[in-house]
Design a protein around this ligand. Structure first.
Ligand code: NAP
Ligand code: GLV
Length: 306
């Protein structure tokens, strides 16, 4: 069995040695143009040439949960693409989103500002029952985030493409249910994949359907949100603030107004990072499962885009 690694953004050495450890007997190499045909590929943001040359893949493992970058390439319709399926990302995402939601609900930004001024001033507690948190995307990550948020007893809503049932979450499905879902969210957490259906989903029209004073947490992909519309609605006071981990263009340019907006928290796409050891273990396990003829989780529907 031959496995090729194509990870232009990273040092391939630790990936190669760990894959060799978990797949003894396999030939595992970094891809170079003209390399021998591989049975499996492990890749993040490969060039089109890689796809065009590697025509005998039994599967391509995407080193990440989101496949939007990969799906910008011309892929053979029959290519089996497998994405990372949690691999240590779900708990990180739960941590990040809980932090953002708690920080907003408990007004920690205001307390930090007061502390810098040496002001001892208690603020009135907010009503938990009025603080509805809605999660767009109830997949691997959205489900884990919902489980984590349940501990804090906020009313929870979820929205997905197909109907879902999650304990403690009032679930909505499909485009027709979106206005009703948005109208009830005091906090909107975005955990949708970026697809042709979700690109620019959160523009002015949809953001205006949130109640006045709502808060946005985007940890999915930047292109789901129309940033100029978000800034306009923050300026008008329709939105109270946002925590943003992802942006339409990354890295976010130094001049971008989101960096300096007082109600916006910016992080550099770190809400759920790929963990090398867990990811390699998962990918190697799935390669061995496919070799045995077993099914694996995380197979991407190329037509649907996730
Ligand atoms: P997933 O398991 O594939 O779940 C996707 C969810 O989105 C599903 O519930 C799906 O609905 C829903 N969905 C997709 N298209 C929809 C549409 N048009 N309308 C309504 N719902 C729709 O994905 P995941 O593993 O949870 O990851 C979600 C995304 O998080 C990734 O695609 C990636 O972009 C992002 N991510 C970001 C980071 C970061 O560090 N910022 C890290 C990892 C992942 P169904 O349930 O009906 O299929
Ligand atoms: C990170 O953003 C991922 O998709 O894994």
């Amino acid at each position: 069995m031959r496995v090729c690694l194509c990870y232009p953004d990273a040092d391939p050495a630790p990936w190669l040695s760990a894959l060799r450890l978990h797949l003894p007997g396999a030939v595992i190499e970094s891809w170079q143009p003209g390399a021998a045909m591989a049975d499996y590929a492990v890749a993040w943001a490969p060039p089109q040439q890689f796809i065009d040359e590697q025509t005998r893949l039994k599967a391509l493992f995407n080193i990440g949960a989101g496949v939007d970058r990969l799906l910008q390439l011309r892929l053979p319709a029959q290519l089996r693409v497998v994405c990372l399926d949690d691999a240590g990302m779900a708990v990180q995402m739960a941590e990040y989103v809980c932090h953002a939601v708690l920080r907003h609900f408990r007004e920690f930004a205001a307390y930090e500002a007061q502390a810098r001024l040496g002001q001892w001033q208690q603020r009135a507690p907010r009503a938990r029952a009025d603080f509805t948190v809605g999660i767009m995307g109830l997949g691997v990550l959205g489900t884990r985030v919902a489980q984590a948020l349940r501990v804090f007893e906020y009313p929870l809503l979820g929205w997905s493409r197909s109907a879902r049932q999650l304990d403690g979450v009032a679930c909505f499905a499909g485009a027709s249910a979106l206005p009703q879902f948005l109208a009830a969210c005091q906090v909107l957490v975005c955990l949708l994949p970026l697809t042709p259906d979700t690109q620019d989903l959160l523009g002015r029209a949809r953001l205006e359907q949130l109640p006045r004073g709502a808060y946005l947490v985007n940890v999915a992909r930047g292109a789901l949100v129309v940033e100029d519309d978000l800034l306009a609605l923050l300026g008008s006071g329709h939105l109270a603030g946002a925590t943003l981990d992802v942006f339409r263009s990354e890295p976010l340019s130094a001049a971008h107004p989101l960096w300096r907006h007082p109600a916006v928290q910016v992080t550099p796409h770190i809400s759920a990072q790929t963990l090398e050891a867990q990811s390699i273990l998962q990918i190697a396990g799935k390669i061995l499962a496919l070799e045995r003829g077993a099914a694996v989780a995380g197979v991407v529907d190329l037509a649907r885009g996730y």
